[in-house]
Design a protein around this ligand. Structure first.
Ligand code: 13P
Length: 244
């Protein structure tokens, strides 16, 4: 089955990159490849107004209530977002989100008719001690994988690696884990579910990663803040799609 590549820009807590909301923005989507952008909450309206496919970086599972500082999935949908990140490793680390919290967010996102992009992945220590697959199984277990969700495998040890001595995951490492993740999905969703890779994807390694059979796009952090780099990643994805 052909799974359309999705290149998603997670700007985290950073200002909007130069020119992102202008006419020739590299963050606009394409017919051949989906492009989604995840700005801060404050930048969502401007992103939506400039016809960028926009998502929120977090949404709370409950619809309303005494949850100071949070925003619900329904509110995100009503603001004009298409998607939402659930369980990014920053949220798991800094806000203590558990696998069950993340699953509840994904379910609430589906109920609000948002596309949940559920992030998960192992730490360096878990990988080194041979626990990566078990950690991932536990992260996947409570998720509504029988529904149309998007997964983003982001090995924590491969995120924000600018140091050449500590490279991102190799395309072989990533492919091996993506194939494992796919094998854990319900049979009728195995072929159709998109599994993105996140962790130091940049213009230099995008082609190698995106040509792996079980990698269906990227969730890009650092390189998504550099419009020229991001444009190259999207162009690579378009080239791979149209050459097929
Ligand atoms: P980097 O691309 O900066 O490694 O970030 C990955 C990430 O966390 C995207 O959500």
């Amino acid at each position: 089955m052909d799974r359309k590549l999705l290149i998603a820009a997670n700007w985290k807590m950073n200002p909007v990159p130069d020119g992102a909301f202008e006419q020739d923005s590299p963050y606009k989507t394409h017919s051949a490849v989906d492009v989604y952008v995840f700005p801060t909450f404050l930048d969502l309206p401007a992103s939506i107004e400039s016809k960028i496919i926009t998502g929120a970086q977090f949404g709370r599972a409950e619809e309303t209530g005494a949850f100071t500082g949070d925003v619900s999935m329904q509110m995100i949908k009503e603001a004009g977002c298409i998607a939402v990140l659930c369980g990014h490793s920053d949220r798991r680390a800094f806000h203590g989100e558990s696998n069950e919290d993340v699953a509840a967010q994904a379910i609430a996102a589906l109920e609000a008719e948002l596309h949940p992009i559920v992030c998960f992945g192992e730490t360096e220590e878990e990988r080194d001690s041979g626990k990566a697959e078990n950690v991932i199984k536990a992260q996947l277990k409570p998720l509504p994988t029988e529904s149309d969700i998007i997964l983003a495998y982001e090995p924590i040890w491969a995120i924000s690696r600018g140091d050449p001595n500590k490279p991102a995951a190799t395309s072989e490492d990533a492919q091996e884990m993506h194939a494992f993740i796919r094998s854990q999905l319900p049979e009728d969703k195995r072929e159709s579910t998109r599994i993105l890779y996140g962790g130091s994807m940049k213009s230099e390694n995008a082609q190698e990663l995106l040509t792996q059979p079980d990698i269906d796009g990227g969730l890009v952090g650092g390189a998504s803040l550099k419009p020229d780099d991001f444009r190259k990643i999207v162009e690579t994805a378009i080239k791979l799609t149209t050459n097929n």
